[in-house]
Design a protein around this ligand. Sequence first.
Ligand SMILES: Cc1cc2nc3c(=O)[nH]c(=O)nc-3n(C[C@H](O)[C@H](O)[C@H](O)COP(=O)(O)OP(=O)(O)OC[C@H]3O[C@@H](n4cnc5c(N)ncnc54)[C@H](O)[C@@H]3O)c2cc1C
Ligand code: SF4
Length: 507
Amino acid sequence: MKLVLVLGDQLSTGIAALRAADKARDVVVMSEATGEASYVPHHPKKIAFIFAAMRKFAARLEDEGWTVAYTRLDDPENAGSIPGELLRRASELGAREVIATRPGEWRLIGLLDELPIPVRQLEDDRFLCSEREFRDWAKGRKSLRMEYFYREMRRKTGLLMEGDEPAGGQWNYDRDNRKPPPGEIEHPGPISFTPDEVVEEVLDLVETRFGGNFGSLRPFTFATDQAQARRALAHFIRHALPKFGDFQDAMLNGNRFLYHAVISPYLNVGLLDPLEVCRAAEAAWKAGEAPLNAVEGFIRQIIGWREFVRGIYMLEGPGYARSNALGHERRLPGFYWGARTRMNCVAKVVEQTRDEAYAHHIQRLMVTGNFALLAGIDPHEVHEWYLSVYADAFEWVEAPNTVGMSQFADGGIVASKPYVASGNYIDRMSDYCKSCDYDVRRKTGEGACPFNLLYWDFLQRHRKRFEGNPRMAQMYRTWDRMTDDRRDDVLDGAHVILGDLDAGRLV
Ligand SMILES: Cc1cc2nc3c(=O)[nH]c(=O)nc-3n(C[C@H](O)[C@H](O)[C@H](O)COP(=O)(O)OP(=O)(O)OC[C@H]3O[C@@H](n4cnc5c(N)ncnc54)[C@H](O)[C@@H]3O)c2cc1C
Ligand code: SF4
């Protein structure tokens, strides 16, 4: 008899460990381990989502004839960690071996490797690109660029392909996307699922145990099983996908979701399959229900970015999340955890994150991420923040996005240049600046937008590293054209802001 480990983000009936096990003989082990729920202060919605989805998945496995040894968080026997639970179950049931699907986090892979009983860690083949395939693709390349990897994935899956050619003649329709925010949003946002008994029980438990963590637990409206997640996907494809491309980068004070899918938690725990999602989007295009720019942009996020960042995480190994190529050491300001800030864009994104455990890509990248990078915040603290506060945050996808794409702390493995921008970008893509204490048009002096000041300070601090980058040359030319007085004013203003941050004063 063997134990079959199923983790909280491995809730797919076709997952490798289940395929390799014998339903009649082996026992599935699932555990709400305290260690997993608390190694960073996860958002209460994230914990509740995972526990509720685990409980429902365990019930489904039992319905399908599996024997499941499930440990609830408040079970007095709970050993508190995944290895502890495996050892307890092994001795209780007399098992001598564990079959596992390789976890998506080096920390857990290491813990399983060290277990005193044999553990077979099978590749997680829910990804389209295997670890070996990614390694082979990466081998010998001077730099790894998502766009080329993405084309390989298009060829491999046949998605949006017409023979050997991309549908419509272009691989990437991003030029048609990225429009500024529309006056009116016609989409009411993702479906809200009313908590059933299983979910309510989990919510009570999470409230008692993790109610002090940053984030609102209620209202809780996430899907928690496959059928609900599929409804959420169908709702997105029908109502939001047609406009997804156009307004992918837009941000609004009064609308948190715009035309985004809000399906990443479901994809990442296994309630939705990436290929199923992409085929549904492709079918909408084929049926004339969504334009190519939207469908291509959406599919690129999933078979392009999602697979690419996972490949990088596995390729780079356990040290990746600790990278700090720019040597940034400032502490994460309290306003990331809800303290007051006068910057409306940051306040709005943090408030939304607190309420929803969700922010869309540009909010994460160009508001909270951009600010942290400009201000020189320690990327590990930034990484732990993102890992904590989003319902979709698992290290294989969160770390390359945060440490790599957003903080440039990997020295340029994920991004070819740092994603930094002044307030001008935020003003163009959102309505945040209209209700801000700061003035986005002011570049210096009283009331100048902190993004405007810190932007130039960042570029100066890292001039040696970036001025040779052809994609950044224009920025340095603009700086060099300023008068000495102007440059002094900008840097003085930036140093005041940084001093205020360090002293914990209101910024
Ligand atoms: C600093 C930072 C941290 C991030 N952390 C996470 C994380 O922990 N977990 C996570 O799933 N995504 C993360 N992302 C990527 C992206 O922001 C989210 O996937 C997206 O916002 C999820 O919302 P959605 O389902 O509405 O996505 P949509 O915008 O509707 O996109 C559709 C799907 O594409 C995939 N996708 C889009 N962009 C990316 C990307 N850059 N990397 C991987 N997949 C992508 C997601 O699965 C998403 O559900 C992060 C991005 C940044 C900049
Ligand atoms: S003015 Fe600056 S700080 Fe205020 S919302 Fe705009 S970009 Fe953010």
